[in-house]
Design a protein around this ligand. Structure first.
Ligand code: IPE
Ligand code: IPE
Ligand code: MG
Length: 242
């Protein structure tokens, strides 16, 4: 008799969910190019993935999701593309404000905001204000964000406050991510395996996951696969397994 190997269908263990998942949303341009479309089309469909991931993360019970939407280095792209990314971000914030509010979700934006277009800044402030007392899923969007810039910004504030010495807990209060826990899981789509200046301080002990999927194709199933992969990891934090 031939023994058939039992194929186990892996499922999410809801008692061990990552609290904070951070997404480096990469591969929009390549996704569009493969379809003979302009790069900006990739950003447009990528914004749909962002909406799907937010909705599904909330449904699964994740507490914080961060999204890298525009880096301090992305200014080196053609102006048309940069403008389109900001336009998509603004439209998304405007169109989702009501649903964030109703679904008890809170928006926060990290990065050098003062350099963003004014109309986008205005919508960010408005949406943050409207959703600030919500206690459900926190949606953290990194716009004109760089990890080094965040750290230097914190140091400059410390100097301005005349602080002579600080510990890790104190330093956290000077970071833009002061209100959220560090990411447990960082997902970078499109197969690239680097942080590209994303939350370098906060990701010191994050699990890293690099699916080949381009961001516009990253949807419910891909999020679930990432969580299942996370749950197969052994997080030791420098200790020895008991
Ligand atoms: C990520 O996709 C989105 C942003 C950086 C804004 P890309 O635009 O980097 O897509 P690829 O990497 O060129 O495919
Ligand atoms: C990182 O992607 C930034 C965002 C996803 C917003 P990039 O496509 O800009 O990164 P590199 O240039 O490949 O490192
Ligand atoms: Mg890229």
């Amino acid at each position: 008799m031939r023994l058939r190997k039992k194929i186990e269908k892996k499922e999410i263990d809801f008692s061990r969910l990552p609290t904070h998942i951070a997404f480096i949303m990469d591969g929009n341009g390549r996704w569009a190019k493969k379809r003979g479309m302009p790069r900006t089309f990739g950003h447009k469909i990528g914004a749909e993935s962002l909406e799907v991931v937010i909705r599904h993360a909330r449904k699964l019970g994740i507490k914080v999701v961060s999204f890298f939407a525009f880096s301090t280095e992305n200014w080196n792209r053609p102006k048309d593309e940069v403008d389109e990314i900001f336009r998509i971000a603004r439209n998304l914030i405007i169109s989702k404000k009501e649903s964030f509010l109703k679904s008890n979700m809170r928006l926060m934006v990290i990065g050098e905001r003062e350099k963003l277009p004014e109309d986008l800044q205005k919508e960010i402030i408005d949406c943050e204000e409207v959703t600030k007392n919500n206690t459900g899923l926190i949606i953290n969007i990194a716009l004109n964000y760089g990890g080094r810039s965040e750290i230097i910004g914190a140091i400059n504030k410390l100097l301005a406050d005349g602080v002579k010495s600080i510990d890790e807990k104190g330093f956290k209060n000077y970071l833009q991510t002061r209100d959220i826990p560090d990411p447990d899981l960082v997902i970078r789509t499109s197969g690239e395996q680097r942080l590209s200046n994303f939350m370098m301080y906060e990701c010191a002990y994050s699990e890293l996951y690099f699916p080949k999927t381009h961001w516009p194709d990253f949807r419910e199933k891909e999020l679930e696969d990432a969580i299942i992969e996370f749950q197969s990891r052994d997080r030791r934090f420098g200790a020895i397994k008991g």
